[in-house]
Design a protein around this ligand. Structure first.
Ligand code: ATP
Length: 229
């Protein structure tokens, strides 16, 4: 579904991603792991068209989206849950989700979104800024799902979230994969969460993929070494 080939990304003269290659199948979750500053957020932003691609290609299904602007990527099935969630704090929960419906020309929040996140239905009239961190994370995922994506990108979704909510998020993401057949890319530093949800684990270091394994074959100690400072 998502196909990234020889992706190079730079900020001005300084190249940060040095030719990444990976594919994500429908119904697959991959975790991109790496320490701070290794390029995870840059990868997410470049897949979303927020940071320009220097060279290489990104495609979704048969469509090459490398030169697409962010809104065109959304229309072609890419959705993004940014680091820090970035929900609209003065808008209500429902209004936040509705922003995800705009690209499709829809106005009604599909009931299956509230079914995935019942707490958001209870709180649909509350301002986003008044939600807890875990609820805001659910809202950011709901808003992304409202665009009816084929590919869902999540940048460090566990950051600032308490352990019990992290386990619930893992269950929900696996349910989303299974029920909707999505390709999900999660950037992460928390190994236990990545091992819980991922079908495949990739490690990024200094803008290159230095390690890759199927979940069943992951050498936990080896991946942990990549993550330790
Ligand atoms: N706007 C920018 N301009 C210049 N350099 C940047 C910019 N944003 C990030 N970088 C650099 O790119 C490299 C990768 O940063 P990036 O934020 O992608 O890493 P990360 O793995 O997501 O880290 P974190 O976990 O802290 O978000 C770092 O060296 C960083 O300093």
């Amino acid at each position: 579904m998502l196909n990234v080939s020889r992706l190079h990304v730079s900020y001005g003269e300084s190249e940060v991603l040095h030719g990444l290659d990976f594919k994500v199948a429908p119904n697959e979750i991959i975790a991109i792991m790496g320490r701070n500053g290794m390029g995870k957020t840059t990868l997410m932003k470049s897949l979303m068209g927020i940071v320009p691609t220097k060279s290489g290609t990104v495609s979704v299904g048969a469509t090459d989206i490398t030169r697409f602007k962010s809104y065109e990527r959304v229309k072609n099935g890419v959705a993004y849950v940014p680091q820090g969630r970035m929900i609209f704090s003065t808008m209500t929960v429902q209004e936040n989700i509705e922003t995800g419906l705009i690209p499709r020309g829809e106005s009604r929040v599909p009931p299956d979104i509230y079914e995935l996140f019942p707490v958001l239905l209870e709180m649909k009239g509350r301002r986003g800024g008044n939600l807890s961190g875990g609820q805001q994370q659910q809202l950011a995922i709901a808003r992304a799902l409202a665009t009816a994506p084929k590919v869902l990108l999540l940048d460090e979704p566990t950051e600032g979230i308490q352990p019990s909510i992290i386990r619930e998020m893992a269950r929900t993401l696996k349910r989303i994969r299974d029920e909707r057949g999505l390709s999900i890319v999660v950037s992460e530093q928390v190994l236990s969460f990545a091992l819980d949800i991922a079908d495949r684990v990739l490690v990024i270091e200094n803008g290159e993929i230095v390690h890759e394994n199927l979940r069943a074959e992951v050498d936990e100690a080896k991946v942990a070494r990549f993550l330790s400072v």
